[in-house]
Design a binder for this molecule. Sequence first.
Ligand code: PLP
Length: 393
Amino acid sequence: MRVYLDNNATTKIDPLVRVKMQPFFEELYGNPNSLHQYGMEVRPHLNKAMGEMYDALNVPDKDDILITSCATESNNAVLKGVFFQHILKNPEKNHIVTSSVEHPAIIETLMFLSDYGVDVTYVDVDDNGGISAQAVKDAVTDKTILISMMWANNETGMIFPVEEVSAFAKEKGILFHTDAVQAIGKVHVDLTKVDVDYLTFSAHKFHGPKGVGGLYVKKGKTLPNLLHGGEQMGGKRAGTLNVAYIVGMGLAMRQAANHVEKMNTDVRRLRDKLEDALAKISDTIVVGPREKRTPNTLLISLRGIEGEAMLWDLNRAGIAASTGSACASESLHANPVMSAIGEDPELAHTAMRLSLSRFTTEEEIDYTIELFTKAAERLRSISSTYAYTNEAG
Ligand code: PLP
């Protein structure tokens, strides 16, 4: 049996999305910016896909959705855009507030910008991996131009207080960006309820194709281009449009929005079943109260067992999970969010993330419970560190 429980890293393409994309590789391959028949015939499909995204976020089309190559690009576009548009012109307002557990696409871009005079405050997470709205408010100064806070964390699934922080930002006249990559399809992302200026998303996290993402930009909050060189996207992002992927992303986003209820009933029930069973293994720690997490995510530490050792045992049994963000796993073997939560360094090395999707089955979860429990017993029986820590109390 093969079980894929790494859906926060990427997801399989929804079969309906794959079928929908197919004609755009074969017959409907014209450039939508061309004036001939080949170009004209794809335009309505492009417009429909854009409409699906506007509907999914519940935003009017006077706002913009820029199509990008991925969420990393969307995050770079916002942070570098705010730098060029505001900070470079008015260095008095050079302060950005973010959380210490953002994706590297935010953290590393901000580290790059700090070499150019940007002052960044990284708000720490609490013991549950959560962010307090008050801590974000307290970090703001009269120099703050932007708050960038993710909607939900990729490691823990913890949902951050975007509604309260965005309302505060608006009241103070501060720009607000949210990386909603892990929120789309898992919680209701309704921008009539949460007032954001910029919002990042990525198709491959919600059963769409890889290599395409988006950036919502509120009317009047236009950013300078990251990519210059053409009139595509109303001149706001150059490069020939990848119609097949955009069409795929449109349908995938509609599907994701339509499945939020299923995620919060069926998928949540499976996640909770998995969590309850794994939490029975002795000396485990699950991060974050489950009602404050996205319904598909579980981050668990098994004291005395290296996350990577566990990962390999599971992999041999056909189960795919993760020890940390796929973007960090090549360089870091400690889970970055566990490190940020911080009290006990061992936890960062023993963390395992299991993330489900709407395609996960009960049979797969039962198999995972059985194999995970066996792997934990096996590894504990051979782990001298665990025996030592246990003896030491
Ligand atoms: N932001 C978050 C919260 C993520 O989880 C990820 C991917 O793991 C990204 C951004 C980057 O997404 P992409 O692969 O589309 O660049």
